[in-house]
Design a binder for this molecule. Sequence first.
Ligand SMILES: [Zn+2]
Length: 134
Amino acid sequence: MALRGMPAPVADLDTQPFWDALAGDRLVLPHCASCSKPRWPAGPMCPYCYALETEWKHAPATASLYSWTTIHHATHPALKDQVPYVIALAEFADKIRLLGNIVNWDGRELKGGEPLKVVFETRDDGVRIYNFHI
Ligand SMILES: [Zn+2]
């Protein structure tokens, strides 16, 4: 279950397609329309060939656990009844890494490289987001 009470994500010109896709339960990543390389975070220019055209393509449905931290002390009042939870850095193909929560974590020890499955959830404010299952 997504963390409750956190500020809503804010889309901008570079990330609006990402959030629009999440509303339809699709995780997409920006790819350069010229050299086809994916990039993250989203930005207006390809960092490899400097092209300005972007194509949004589906991200894989799975990733691997690259790194993580377990939060035991709430840093926001809304989280005080939701600790502990895990923030994961998931690695997709081409070394694209996205942050998310492992929402089905049961307290067990995690290991780097574990497979993660992308899941979609609706926040209390109705915004669709992605997270991960182990
Ligand atoms: Zn490029």
